[in-house]
Design a protein around this ligand. Structure first.
Ligand SMILES: [Mg+2]
Length: 463
């Protein structure tokens, strides 16, 4: 739409209002529309009146209404939902792996966070801080399923939904005032929360305002189980009530650089225009403009209608560091076999293979390759993954703590039959590879995952 320029934009917007808002997205928003409201006119009548027409004459008067819906302690909530008798009864809950594993915390319950437990912290350290916590593995499949469910529900409330991560979605409600009978945005946010809670049992927090930056900062304040809307015009005052650390992407390193120049609080930065920030803060022109926009609550980014292409990852943190190339390779083969099987099981193809290696000293390295054509077979994915592993090991041959593989650039080919589904795959990948992969899946479906394993794995297990 951007390419069309401002002159065409009002027409496009009008079309969107007519066809998407009023005629298109229905469900929950439509329920609001149908419900008689004593004070406001029906949006259907509004289509012909001034309020709607003002869009075409004064684009600058369009105030964006952006929400960020963020599921509260998502992984923890899902782990509790699928195991009500176990994890569901544990206030102190860590999701990420077993007590003995050397994994990291993926998410921790709010009660556990009070002990200082944070995501990405090694589980062993988290348990030193909170010894009574229960640890469970990440219920990834269920999380992906619930995430898709929430996304579906959000589509009933907003015409544009952008997945920002597995548990965060931006909603663009610009132009939907009439549909919602001009209720305050906070009331709409509560309506959305109620709808999702009722359908899934999961709670969302919602932040909102005139742009994505404000919505993101507001939701951090609203958590858990709350709503915070920053009214139009209130952006600067809101950001000024925050610390620099609360501004997204102003990380510890950037903060340290600013502090070295005497810029410690938002207020310190707020005083300067971007040229002065450049000189005083020792910033590049780009950094200075970026920072100025941030502290003034300015963010032009649009909400893009897209799903998060999460990719499919499998990794393994070893109980003991692995020293030998062949041992690491065997683990990689095991992971690739699982990932490729899941890829085909989901009716997907992948174009990019990434291999990740975490060394004994926690240094994490990765290598990836994107293929010209999508692939599905164990043989091709294994070959690429093996080559990537060799590259990584050549660069630094030290004991490894973790190895992982990620298949991304996922696509679900638009095809009726499986034969056509495989037809578009890589020239590296022969018909025979694809046929073999399908046959393997059939055997595994019947006799279990371990009924057929690649040679490398089998040899390792016989040793
Ligand atoms: Mg969350």
């Amino acid at each position: 739409m951007l390419f069309l320029g401002w002159s065409v934009f009002p027409l496009v917007l009008l079309y969107w209002l007519e066809n998407v808002i009023v005629g298109g997205f229905n469900g929950a928003a439509a329920e609001v529309r149908r419900r008689p409201h004593p004070l406001t006119p029906s949006p259907l009548r509004e289509r012909g009146n001034k309020r709607c027409c003002s869009f075409s004459f004064g684009i600058s008067s369009v105030v964006r209404r952006i929400l960020l819906a963020d599921a509260d302690a998502f992984y923890v909530a899902v782990a509790r939902a699928i195991d009500p008798e176990g994890a569901g009864r544990a206030p102190l809950l860590i999701v990420g792996g077993s007590r003995e594993s050397r994994g990291v915390v993926c998410s921790a319950s709010y009660e556990t966070r009070a002990f200082g437990v944070r995501s990405a912290m090694p589980i062993a350290r988290a348990l030193r801080l909170c010894p009574d916590a229960m640890c469970v593995p990440v219920p990834m499949k269920e999380c992906v399923k619930r995430s898709a469910e929430i996304r579906q529900l959000l589509h009933r409330f907003a015409p544009i939904v952008e997945g920002a991560s597995i548990d965060e979605w931006y909603l663009d409600l610009t132009g939907t005032e009439g549909v919602y009978h001009h209720e305050p945005l906070a009331a709409t946010a509560e309506r959305i929360r109620g709808g999702v809670r009722e359908a899934t049992g999961l709670t969302l927090s919602i932040g909102g305002g005139t742009n994505k930056l404000i919505a993101k900062m507001a939701v951090a304040r609203a958590k858990p189980d709350g709503v915070l809307i920053v009214e139009p015009g209130g952006e600067e005052a809101f950001v000024r009530s925050c610390t620099l650390a609360e501004i997204p992407l102003v990380g510890p390193k950037f903060q340290a650089r600013l502090a070295a120049r005497g810029l410690v609080t938002v207020e310190d930065v707020f005083l300067y225009d971007s040229a002065t920030l450049r000189r005083t803060g020792g910033l590049s022109a780009r950094e200075a403009t970026w920072l100025w926009n941030r502290v003034h609550g300015v963010d032009e980014a649009g909400v893009a209608h897209r799903e998060v292409n999460r990719g499919l990852s499998r990794d393994e943190t070893f109980a003991k560091d692995l020293h030998e190339d062949e041992d690491i390779e065997r683990e990689l083969l095991r992971l690739v076999t699982r990932a490729a099987g899941d890829l085909r099981g989901g009716g997907l193809t992948a174009r990019t293979v990434t291999v990740r290696l975490r060394d004994w000293d926690f240094r994490t390295r990765s290598a990836q390759r994107t293929m010209a054509e999508p692939v599905v077979s164990d043989r091709v994915i294994l070959r690429v993954a093996r080559e990537l592993l060799v590259t990584l090991r050549k660069a630094r041959r030290v004991p490894a703590r973790l190895v992982g593989v990620r298949l991304s650039g996922l696509a679900a080919p638009q095809a009726e039959d499986q034969f056509a589904f495989f037809r578009g795959a890589s020239p590296d990948e022969t018909e025979r590879d694809r046929g073999l992969a399908q046959a393997i899946d059939r055997v595994r479906g019947k006799f279990g995952q371990k009924s057929i394993v690649p040679g490398g794995i089998a040899e390792g297990e016989q040793r």
